[in-house]
Design a protein around this ligand. Structure first.
Ligand code: IMP
Length: 186
């Protein structure tokens, strides 16, 4: 089987933070918690494209509950490594979330800018409940007022790639989560 492991792009990475096995184990733990928390309620997973594709896909297969999923695409970073400050909906949900139990699934929260925008936008659509899960969280996100109910891993304030996260559209299919070597983007 051909697949991208850290060893294949090692010169582009400065450090592997979590291996694919560690990520899978953590996703499984969160799935158990989410199943228990939502017992008796149907969940709508809202994945934030493109970064959350891997976590949404793995999370729902690790869950026992019935889940529906939908996707939103929001612009934030462009091809750089700093938040642009501009948040814009590129693709909206296909379903009406009024009265639904919505769990927003993010790949990573850095400044929290994207998520704050998303929360106020989705809240105005009157879901029955709205919670947030993120696979990775950087320290800046802790200053956010929006509570994040489920967190995969708290990571250092470094630019990371893999498990859905890209730099200039590359490295999303790297199975581990790794810090991108500065020489790649400087
Ligand atoms: P925030 O609005 O600053 O919280 O940024 C959130 C979005 O920026 C994420 O959904 C990612 O698409 C992107 N992002 C933030 N940090 C990283 C990173 O370290 N690697 C890749 N993408 C990132």
């Amino acid at each position: 089987m051909t697949r991208v492991d850290a060893a294949d792009v090692i010169s582009d990475l400065s450090e592997v933070l979590y291996t694919s096995d560690q990520i899978a184990a953590r996703v499984a733990e969160l799935a158990v918690r989410i199943d228990a928390d939502y017992a008796g309620r149907d969940i709508l997973l809202v994945g934030v494209l493109n970064g959350a594709i891997m976590v949404v896909s793995d999370l729902q297969r690790a869950m026992k509950s019935h889940v529906e999923m939908d996707w939103m695409a929001i612009s934030s970073y462009g091809s750089g490594t700093q938040s642009s400050g501009v948040v814009r909906i590129l693709k909206d949900l296909g379903v009406d979330i009024e009265g639904r139990h919505v769990l927003v699934v993010e790949d990573i929260i850095d400044t929290g800018l994207t998520l704050s925008y998303l929360i106020s936008n989705l809240t105005s659509r009157k879901p029955a409940s709205l919670e947030i899960m993120t696979m990775f969280r950087k320290p800046g996100a802790l200053r956010m007022e929006v509570p994040v109910k489920y967190v995969g891993f708290d990571i250092p304030n470094k630019f990371v790639v893999g498990y859905g996260l890209d730099y200039a559209s590359r490295y999303r299919n790297l199975r581990d989560l790794a810090v991108l070597a500065p020489h790649v983007y400087s």
